[in-house]
Ligand binder design. Sequence first.
Ligand code: TTP
Ligand code: MG
Length: 379
Amino acid sequence: MGFIAHVDLDAFFASVEELDHPEYIGFPLVVGADPKEGRGRGVATTANYAAREFGIRSAMPISEAWRRCPTARFVKPRFHRYQEKSEEVFDLLRESVDLVEQASIDEAYLDLSQRGTDFPAALAFVKALQKRIHAKTRLTASFGLSASKTLSKIASDINKPNGITAVPPGTEAAFLAPLPARKIPGVGPKTDERLAELGIHTCGDLAALSRERLLDLFGSWGPRLGELARGVDAEPVRSQWTRKSAGNERTYFQDVEDPRVWEATLRDLSEDGARTLVEEGVGARTVTLKVRMTGFETYTRARTLPAPVQDAEAILRIAKDLLRESPPSRAVRLLGVRLTGLTPGVAGQASLRAWPADIMGEHEAWHSPQRRVDEYAED
Ligand code: TTP
Ligand code: MG
């Protein structure tokens, strides 16, 4: 059995800002939209650890971040700089490990199976790599080490910052048992709530359910969930990151009631999405419309098509249909068009792009920096 490490940089955007501005170190720092003294409309991308003590988190409305700590320093994201630092890290990872799967701008899976089956040796390698990353880039990273991707991802989050959490073979189930079920990637707030209603709080509770019960509760995903809760996961590390979604969203300066403006926005978003599909040579099977209304209440409507689409007109038609079928009950703050179910279409393979779309990982990937740029563009 070989081992897989998961590496995730600590408070990434904020750490790069601290690196470039040492005077920021030690004080609360939020990277995101302009808070405009609580009236700003974008979100926080991340915050340093000092700001997290105030409860400030990624994807939190910037107005709320401001309320929690008005004296924090708020800075606009500099995506190019983060991309540059990310590439420094990934260059080193690719030099050091045979097989690297980039999962987001600051996160990767490393397949260490070529290095043998000795767990202490794998751990020693990870410790050395952590030091080399810091020596080369002055950034700290946290690692998880185990026999599987999912477990290593869960583990890397446990000892942040600058930590290593190792789960030796044979101890997987015992390690997971006390952890909250929501630590399993893919268990979002909804599933978690459902589980809590059933009295299932930990991975151990989940692991104790029978296959039949899991099938009953969650359909085909159920048994897989049960396996993950026991630390069973045979997913291989894939060197080529392939795009899983395309699309964009836009926050208005002011909430909009005029359907003609909505339509114009949907047109822009559809054209944007279609451009990405064409660039990647893929088609999309599913079109999802996202609507956020005054007061932040948000809904999504999706349509899956018999055949993939690629052109802007087709995407726009579907987005307009979805909006017509479920019109907003109030003024609109944000519209989004997301394309998923991507299949290699006209011009060959999906390719690795400079900027990963799924910065948030596979399951809660709706916000990507490309889309976020739009939100910041308002200020
Ligand atoms: P994360 O690794 O999720 O967060 P982080 O590195 O800031 O903090 P942690 O120490 O907990 O790993 O994401 C990496 C970067 O991606 C983050 O610095 C900013 C960006 N990002 C967003 O722009 N929006 C988001 O919603 C999230 C979660 C991250
Ligand atoms: Mg990180």
